[in-house]
Design a protein around this ligand. Structure first.
Ligand code: SF4
Length: 410
């Protein structure tokens, strides 16, 4: 099979993986002319977009889309009627270098279906990264998917060459995993995440020593498919919170389930709205950076689901109107972080600014704060919301997207 054809098949097969961020790794470049590539953005890197709008700035491919497993939600499952292809290690290396030289990508995201055995598959994946780093002195970003049942040595070797390692938790609960991917074992997945966490901790502890071994400086991440089972958003966020706390994950990626051809009856017929994925990312940030607890983010009256029409922080504020309006010049950082429209940066700038002067309404624009969202919830120099505004039933309508009539098709 021609390499172009393989690329078409194996890049298409990889597009369901959402993990494409390259932030947070060590900074490397090749200005010393002893290698090629750089992990720093802004070097003329081209970004491309998957059909569903996700950013793909890495060459994102599978080494093969053949797989021994039969995970029902996966287009590459053993029983799927798709054309199969496989790159050799040399082909994957060459493609990465060619794409890099043409400035199409900033690095490689490599995953694979499981062939022969988990160890064999992991070995092949590691060989690509090893060859890029050692034979070609490639200094760009490398993200490798790890195979849960692979041996420790292989995971350690993967971490030596990759910037980030990830292993997919797949679905939010163990029950769903055993129903939809019976060959996968949640304990094996968590064990491997635990081993990677230990390696990351060891590497951090040894950072001061010159001979410290390198291990995935951009850490580990995972992906969860949303909408392939009946888990609500609260369950999904609980699983994420547990993963962040237990395994020092950098990111949990949420990937809206895409219906696949000849799908099992155990799967839903329709994809969830893409907005659900977006709201989960927003809720994930509220947990990690804004001090919100899971129980606060989702509303039990909504069946543990996040609203789709407004963002979760605004929804929380509307459910807790008694806590507003907040005096921007006096409120604590924790309270300011809960004001709709206030980001972490803006809050820190407000706190820095108010040491020297009173923050007024004109400062909001300079801090990139949406006045429409924030003004009903705050008081500050030059602004006090009308007392009735916060209590009004119509406040929610201010924020809802305007309904628009469907156009006629001529
Ligand atoms: S192991 Fe991975 S590639 Fe294979 S069927 Fe499951 S999800 Fe798909």
């Amino acid at each position: 099979m021609e390499i172009q054809r393989k690329l078409a098949i194996l890049a298409d097969a990889a597009k369901y993986d959402a993990s494409c961020a390259s932030s947070g790794t060590e900074q490397r470049d090749s200005r010393d002319k002893k290698g090629m590539g750089s992990t720093a953005p802004g070097m003329g890197i081209c970004h491309s977009y998957a059909p569903d709008g996700r950013c793909i700035s890495l060459l994102k491919i599978l080494l093969t889309n053949a797989c021994n497993y039969d995970c029902l939600y996966c287009i590459n499952r053993a029983s799927s009627n798709v054309q199969r292809a496989r790159f050799t290690v040399e082909e994957a290396v060459k493609l990465t270098l060619d794409f890099y030289r043409r400035n199409y990508i900033e690095g490689l995201f490599l995953s694979s279906g499981i062939i022969r055995s988990p160890n064999y598959t992991m070995e092949q994946v590691v060989r690509v990264a090893k060859s890029l780093r050692e034979d070609h002195h490639f200094r760009g970003y490398i993200h490798l998917k790890t195979i849960p049942e692979a041996d420790d040595d292989l995971i350690a070797e993967a971490g030596k060459y990759a910037d980030r390692l990830s292993i997919n938790i797949e679905v939010p609960t163990e029950t769903s995993l055993s129903k939809l991917a019976p060959e996968k074992d949640v304990r094996a997945i968590r064990r491997t995440m635990g081993r990677m966490r230990l390696k990351l901790d060891e590497t951090d502890a040894a950072k001061t020593e010159k001979a410290a071994t390198r291990f995935a400086p951009a850490g580990q991440s995972t992906q969860m498919i949303v909408g392939a089972d009946s888990s609500n958003d609260r369950t999904i966020l609980e699983t994420s919170a547990n993963l962040y706390a237990s395994y020092r994950l950098k990111r949990v990626y949420y990937s809206a389930f895409s219906p696949i051809p000849d799908a099992s009856l155990k799967l839903p017929l329709q994809a969830p709205p893409l907005m659900r994925e977006h709201r989960l990312y927003q809720a994930d940030w509220l947990m990690r950076f804004y001090g919100f607890g899971i129980g606060e983010i989702t509303d039990p009256l909504e069946g543990g689901m996040l609203p789709l029409d407004i963002d979760p922080k605004l929804a929380w504020a509307l459910r807790h109107r008694g806590r507003f309006p907040l005096d921007v010049n006096k409120a604590s950082r924790e309270d300011l972080l809960r004001v709709p429209g206030f980001g972490v940066k803006a809050v820190d700038s407000i706190i820095a600014a108010r040491r020297f002067s009173t923050v007024g309404i004109d400062d909001l624009g300079r801090l990139n704060i949406s006045r429409r969202k924030a003004l009903p919830f705050i008081t500050l120099a030059g602004h006090r919301p009308a007392p009735s505004q916060l209590d009004s039933n119509r406040l929610l309508n201010l924020f809802r997207p305007k309904a628009s009539q469907l156009g006629f098709a001529f």
